[in-house]
Design a protein around this ligand. Structure first.
Ligand SMILES: [Zn+2]
Length: 287
C-alpha cells in the first residue's frame, strides 16, 4: 500500500452538500416545501410544539402586514414528511433568560412532543432568537440533540467543528447570497464543503422574496450532479458514519459497522464505496 488517507465524501462521491433550515413552522412553509420539492433540495424545519396552531400577524421591516400563523399539529407529520423536523423550544422562549430549569423544560418537552407527533427521533435544533450559552449547549447535548443552528453567518462553506454551535453560511435574504452560490457551485476544491442557508418562510411574504429564493434554488439545482441535497441531521449522521470506519492497520480493508453506506477518498483520485455492515477490500494505492 502507498500513501493513504480517509477523507469523507458525500454520497455519489460528491464533495459538496447544500442544506436549508427554516424556523417557526409558519403557514408559508406549505408553499416553501412545494418550492423545495420542485428543485429537489432538502431542509430542516424547526418547530416549537407549544405554539403550533397559533394565529397571528406581524409587520415586516418594510411595514407590510404578514401572517405569522403556525401550521396545525395535525398537519405536521405529512407536511414535513420529505424533509426534517427539528426542535425550536416549546414556546420559543429565549433559552438564556429563563434559568436552566426553564430551558431544560422548553428543550425536552418540545422534543418529546414533536417526536410523538412525527414518530421519529428529533435530533436537530435551532436556537430561538439565536440565543445560546454554554449551559444551553450542554442541555441540548444531554437531551440527545446532535446539532443546533445559530444565526451567525460565516460566509464560508466549512463543515461544522462543533455541530451544537452550527453557524450557517448565510440568511437567504443576504445580499451576498448569489455570489456565494456561484463561488460554491463553481469551486473545484478538493475539500468537502457545505452551503447552509436559513430563514423564516414568513419573511418571503414580508419581503416579497419568493422569486429571489427561487432564483437561488434554480441556479443551485443546475449543479445537482455535483451537490448532495440533504437535511441537516442527515448530513451529521452521514459524517458520524464516516468517522466510525474501522481500517486494518495496513489499509488493505475497512469495516463499516454502521447502517449507512459511505463514500471516501483513500488516496488522490482513489474513490471507495464502503457498504454498510460490510468489510470492503480497498484498492491498492501508489505514491
Ligand atoms: Zn424562531
Amino acid at each position: 500500500m502507498g500513501k493513504r488517507f480517509n477523507i469523507p465524501q458525500f454520497p455519489g462521491h460528491k464533495n459538496k452538500v447544500f442544506t436549508l433550515s427554516f424556523d417557526d413552522g409558519v403557514v408559508q412553509d406549505r408553499r416553501l416545501i412545494k418550492l423545495f420539492d420542485k428543485y429537489g433540495v432538502k431542509a430542516t424545519f424547526n418547530l416549537g410544539y407549544g405554539v403550533l396552531g397559533y394565529k397571528g400577524e406581524s409587520l415586516s421591516p418594510a411595514g407590510r402586514k404578514i401572517d405569522i400563523s403556525k401550521v396545525k399539529k395535525e398537519e405536521v407529520k405529512k407536511l414535513y414528511q420529505d424533509h426534517e423536523v427539528g426542535g425550536h423550544g416549546l414556546y420559543h422562549s429565549s433559552l438564556t433568560g429563563i434559568g436552566s430549569e426553564g430551558a431544560m423544560y422548553e428543550i425536552i418537552e418540545d422534543k418529546r412532543c414533536l417526536e410523538d407527533l412525527i414518530e421519529k427521533p428529533v435530533t436537530m435544533f435551532a436556537y430561538p432568537f439565536g440565543h445560546y450559552d454554554d449551559t444551553v449547549v450542554q442541555l441540548l447535548k444531554l437531551a440527545g440533540y446532535k446539532g443546533a443552528r445559530t444565526v451567525n453567518s460565516t460566509y464560508r462553506f466549512d463543515l461544522p467543528k462543533d455541530p451544537l454551535i452550527l453557524d450557517p453560511t448565510c440568511h437567504y435574504a443576504d445580499e451576498k447570497i448569489m455570489d456565494l452560490a456561484r463561488q460554491f457551485c463553481e469551486s473545484r476544491s478538493f475539500a468537502v464543503q457545505m452551503f447552509y442557508v436559513w430563514g423564516h418562510a414568513y419573511e418571503l411574504d414580508g419581503n416579497d422574496d419568493w422569486d429571489r429564493l427561487e432564483e437561488l434554488l434554480s441556479y443551485i439545482a443546475q449543479y445537482k450532479d455535483e451537490i448532495w441535497f440533504a437535511g441537516n441531521g442527515q448530513i451529521l449522521s452521514y459524517l458520524e458514519a464516516c468517522k466510525m470506519l474501522e481500517y486494518s492497520v495496513d489499509g488493505s480493508f475497512v469495516y463499516n459497522p454502521t447502517c449507512t453506506d459511505v463514500d471516501v477518498l483513500t488516496a488522490f483520485g482513489v474513490e471507495e464505496h464502503i457498504a454498510a455492515g460490510k468489510i470492503t477490500k480497498l484498492k491498492e494505492t501508489s505514491l
